[in-house]
Design a protein around this ligand. Structure first.
Ligand SMILES: [Zn+2]
Ligand SMILES: [Zn+2]
Length: 251
């Protein structure tokens, strides 16, 4: 399947950086196939921990520098929502160039962009070493109009760059009912909207495994929280999350 993505990518995108449209991406100078090293440094945060994001949910947390120490305040999002996943990896906030890339990745022609963003995430999973990667599933009726899932392309990009050998599992969880679009709801309504909207269909694949759950944007985290609950109920030993952008609860 990764061969398929490679051919699509070669066909539509010569190795010119998809961000600046100027640099030719040289394999040795960038960890990602479609984004030059300069744009990676410019548009993606270096790592969640060093930029003051909550280790669990990726939300920015306040910190103060106290002589040689940095003191981090507890994450207010975690205190309020009590997420079930253990950690979150992201490339930055839902704004500027990163937001534009995420929106492009949702389009039919955007699969190579989603793949490249996934590759970037894949290089940053350390010290996490999951056993399998699960993209947030899309309901079949939504797939009819969207035709492709950017979460799935992200997951494949992650696997292509992860340090350990990783497998994308697309059939272990399914969206069992069509939900309202989360963006149209208030933060409090989002958890209710996705409650019992996902079903684990292959528990034998999940049991005892460390799972990395993948989506493009986390806003309130309601969908990721709900699926994590299902995975843990079916014996997953740990669930971590990887998203391109961590948006604010009111974004
Ligand atoms: Zn560039
Ligand atoms: Zn948090």
């Amino acid at each position: 399947m990764s061969q398929f993505f490679r051919s699509v990518q070669d066909l539509f995108f010569p190795p010119i950086c998809i961000c600046c449209r100027q640099c030719v991406v040289i394999e040795d100078a960038s960890s990602v196939e479609l984004i030059c090293g300069r744009c990676c440094d410019r548009f993606f945060e270096s790592s969640a921990r060093s930029t003051g994001r909550c280790k669990c949910c990726g939300f920015p947390i306040a910190m103060i520098e106290n002589d040689a120490d940095i003191v981090f305040f507890p994450c207010l999002e975690c205190r309020y929502w009590k997420f079930r996943f253990s950690s979150t990896y992201c490339l930055g906030a839902y704004e500027g160039r990163l937001k534009k890339l995420v929106l492009q990745a949702k389009m039919v022609s955007g699969m190579p962009i989603a793949f490249a963003l996934g590759q970037t995430l894949g290089t940053r999973l350390h010290p996490l070493s999951p056993d399998l990667v699960i993209p947030v599933p899309m309901h079949w009726r939504r797939r009819l109009t969207r035709q492709q899932s950017s979460a799935e392309a992200l997951a494949r990009g992650i696997c292509s760059r992860a340090e350990s050998r990783l497998v994308v599992e697309t059939r272990a969880v399914r969206a069992s009912r069509l939900t309202k679009k989360q963006g149209m709801l208030l933060p409090r309504q989002r958890r209710e909207n996705v409650r019992n909207a996902f079903q684990v269909t292959k528990p034998e694949v999940i049991s005892g495994r460390r799972v990395l759950l993948v989506d493009d944007v986390m806003t309130t985290g309601a969908t990721l929280h709900e699926i994590t609950g299902q995975l843990l109920r079916h014996g997953a030993s740990n669930v971590a999350v990887a998203v391109v952008c961590r948006a604010g609860a009111n974004s």
